[in-house]
Unconditional design. Structure first.
Length: 739
């Protein structure tokens, strides 16, 4: 078996070999690997099938934005988990994983027939196909849809793992452990602010931690070395709490945030027993600094979905962080400078690569460095097609016309075993928008940026649209000083050397001589949404981005459009002839990354799922053989059977006894709300149907409450104790909601 691990890095411990199973076959990786990096080290790119057409899919990225490499973990009924990203799952001894959405296996999938009939199942086909005949719905259409729906298999037994919740309060919360996040956390903590820094990776540093390009330096040190020193310094700060393997899931109002901490997912099975698997942090912070970074964009061209096609920066991380090359003959296709950093790193490791750049020319320090190393560059060219089935083996490029709208000249065929895409960067504005923040659009490089409108939160670094290191550090320092009202001088004299990108050229849908209807230019890799689908939705009358999203299912996969939404917006804008910034965006909903149900529930399972409330007479009811009903959280006596009576006979007997002599009602379970204040009567007038201000003191009245649409919501008796004092009762189960 080929080994694509070509050099040692400090992040992979090659003295600790780890065995794991994938699709039933045993492989080996090392401590520090993710499942994705271990698969790539073993030469495996094909990891699943797409949802709609069942096309072969490979690893695309190295983070939370991954749309393809989602796996089923475990084989036991109670320990299996679907839709786990291989790029985020740390390798551990005994890991068992398998591909999803394929049968009988990922290499030969019967569902692949959908790819051949794809012209018959375009966007929205299900809205048009399953309308007639009506009688087919229940016996034909619905069973078939349910059979093909879903990804992965849910566990069928109760989850045996332990989960936990924790409530914390901080002066400052910093989200993201890259350069800007580390600077912000250090400035806050050194100014006596109780600070929490969270990052979803196992170590801090973001993408800078593995950079080794000589043209990027801070204070005459490699940027990675400088950053390692900063990380060591912040670990010594007593009022700074650092949480790694912790991702912010949701950002609610008033700076209330939820974070998921993975505690044992990276441990071997035998070490997980009786330990907390995941903890949900419920964080309240006075100030929040968002430093979540940005996501590299793919490029949209014909057959851009084949296994072996990855994001350029991910190729770089697999190489410099994990020591794994994604191929031996790599082509990088780009519209910006960041791919050149990957190219230079590949070249230094002896990996053959060339660059296809759709810009007419460019002249930054990185490009000059690549040219001096003899790396071949095709300027003003685009990839028009790729070839290979289970993995890419070659591609075609063509020259762009002067205006960039068409291709000209002859096709050039180039062989390769890996293609890296770099379509620019998209700031991760998810946390900002979840909190209620608005966005601005920067036309220069086609990005949405946070619009600062709050004194309680701020975005810094590349999530704020600052993409070169000098801007990231300078602007972060200045903004944090102002935001926290401090005067920190730690970074005032920092000397930063980095390449500056001056040339930009963005094309959302790359031109091709082949008509669009005969191409497969994928936007959403998991859901098989294409550029043709977007244009069809517009042709059929959809204009709102939310409507187009639902009609085409673009951005509705498990990655929630992290890679696809910007391209969908761009193609809509180009097709409709409007400015992209006027379209708005789709809604950034929580959670940012998936949460297990166990994390949400915590310890409230089994007998702890809901509190059992008992009245003071409960033991008397038990002694008299009461059958209980659950009303809200209360155990309330239902009836008292005697001598084997059924419910009907017991109720008849008890009813007759109440009519003939007397009955007792224990109403202590009813909800009780004490209402006082000068506006008490008017307040009740507005929430109940009754006119409470007319009620005499010392009297009580039955009341009825309606919800917003006029339906009965609850009822109860309310007593007027004094002019501005009422005691209200509600139904037993409705007490908390009524309160």
């Amino acid at each position: 078996m080929p080994n694509y691990r070509i050099h040692k890095t400090e992040y992979i411990d090659e003295t600790k070999r780890v065995s794991f199973k994938y699709d039933g076959k045993t492989y080996f990786g090392y401590e520090g690997d993710t499942l994705a990096s271990a698969l790539l080290a073993n030469g495996i790119h094909l990891v699943g099938r797409s949802f709609k057409y069942h096309r072969p899919r490979g690893i695309v990225s190295c983070g939370a934005e991954e749309p393809n490499a989602i796996c089923q973990i475990g084989s036991k009924k109670d320990l299996t988990e679907p839709n786990v990203r291989a790029t985020e799952l740390e390798l551990y001894e005994g890991l068992e994983a398998s591909s999803q959405n394929c049968w009988p296996n990922v290499n030969f999938d019967i569902g692949g027939i959908n790819n051949f009939i794809s012209p018959l199942i375009p966007a929205g086909f299900y809205y048009k196909t399953f309308m007639w005949p009506k009688s087919f719905w229940k016996k034909v259409y619905e069973p078939l849809i349910r059979l093909s729906a879903g990804l992965g298999k849910s566990p069928t037994e109760p989850d045996p793992d332990i989960y936990d919740h924790k409530y914390v309060h901080y002066d400052v919360l910093v989200i993201g452990g890259g350069v800007s996040g580390i600077i912000a956390a250090k400035m806050a903590a050194k100014n006596n602010l109780k600070t929490l820094l969270v990052d979803d990776k196992k170590i801090l540093g973001g993408s800078t931690i593995y950079q080794n390009n000589e043209s990027i330096k801070i204070d005459d040190k490699l940027s990675s070395e400088w950053l390692k020193n900063e990380i060591q310094e912040i670990k010594k700060l007593s009022n700074l709490t650092i949480k790694t393997r912790t991702s912010i899931a949701a950002y609610h109002g008033y700076n209330f945030l939820l974070a998921k901490e993975n505690l044992t997912d990276h441990l071997p099975e035998e070490k997980k027993k009786n330990k907390i698997r995941q903890r949900l942090w419920k964080i309240r912070a006075k100030k929040v600094v968002i430093a979540t970074g940005s996501i590299e964009r793919p490029l949209v061209f014909n057959n851009n979905d084949r296994p072996g096609i990855l994001l350029s920066n991910s190729i770089n991380k697999y190489l410099d962080y994990y020591g794994v090359t994604c191929g031996e003959n790599i082509i990088l296709f780009t519209n910006n400078d960041s791919a050149y950093e990957t190219s230079i790193s590949l070249h230094k490791k002896g990996i053959k690569n060339i660059i296809v750049d759709l810009r007419k020319s460019a002249s930054s320090e990185l490009i000059k460095q690549a040219e001096s190393l003899g790396i071949k560059i095709y300027f003003n060219h685009v990839v028009t097609n790729t070839f290979g089935y289970r993995k890419i083996n070659s591609l075609e490029i063509m020259k762009l016309s002067e205006d960039g709208n068409t291709t000209v000249g002859n096709k050039i065929r180039l062989s390769c075993d890996c293609l890296g895409m770099s379509g620019g960067w998209t700031p991760m504005v998810h946390m900002h928008t979840q909190s209620g923040g608005k966005l601005d659009f920067r036309d220069e490089d086609q990005v949405f940026l946070p619009k600062e409108n709050s004194e309680d939160q701020i975005s810094v670094g590349s999530c704020n649209g600052d993409f070169d290191l000098e801007n990231i550090i300078d602007k972060t320092v200045n903004k944090i000083n102002k935001f926290l009202d401090i005067d920190n001088q730690d970074y005032q004299d920092t000397n930063i050397i980095c390449s500056k990108e001056n040339d930009k050229r963005n094309i959302w849908l790359l031109p091709n001589k082949i008509p669009l209807g005969k191409t497969k230019c994928f936007i959403d890799f998991q859901n098989d949404s294409t550029a043709k689908d977007i244009k069809l939705a517009l042709k059929e009358g959809f204009r709102s981005i939310e409507h187009v999203k639902r009609y085409t299912t673009t951005g509705m996969a498990t990655d929630q459009g992290k890679l696809s939404n910007m391209h969908a917006l761009g193609i809509i804008a180009d097709t409709a002839g409007v400015k992209m910034g006027t379209l708005g965006t789709t809604t950034f909903r929580p959670p940012f990354t998936p949460l297990t149900f166990g994390t949400l529930v915590g310890r409230n399972v089994g007998k702890f799922f809901e509190v059992v409330r008992k009245t003071s007479m409960h033991e008397w009811h038990v002694e008299n053989n009461a059958e209980f009903e659950n009303v809200g959280q209360w155990k309330r006596p239902w009836y008292y059977p005697k001598n084997g009576e059924n419910m009907y006979d017991a109720v008849q007997r008890e009813s007759k006894a109440a009519r003939d002599s007397a009955g007792i009602l224990d109403a202590s379970t009813l909800g009780k709300i004490d209402i006082q204040g000068t506006d008490a009567s008017e307040f009740l007038n507005r929430v109940y149907t009754n006119a409470w201000s007319k009620l005499a003191i010392g009297k009580c009245k039955y009341g009825l409450m309606l919800n917003e649409d006029g339906m009965v919501y609850d009822d109860g008796v309310t007593t007027k104790i004094s002019e501005n004092h009422y005691l209200m009762t509600t139904t037993t189960g409705g007490g908390p909601q009524m309160y």
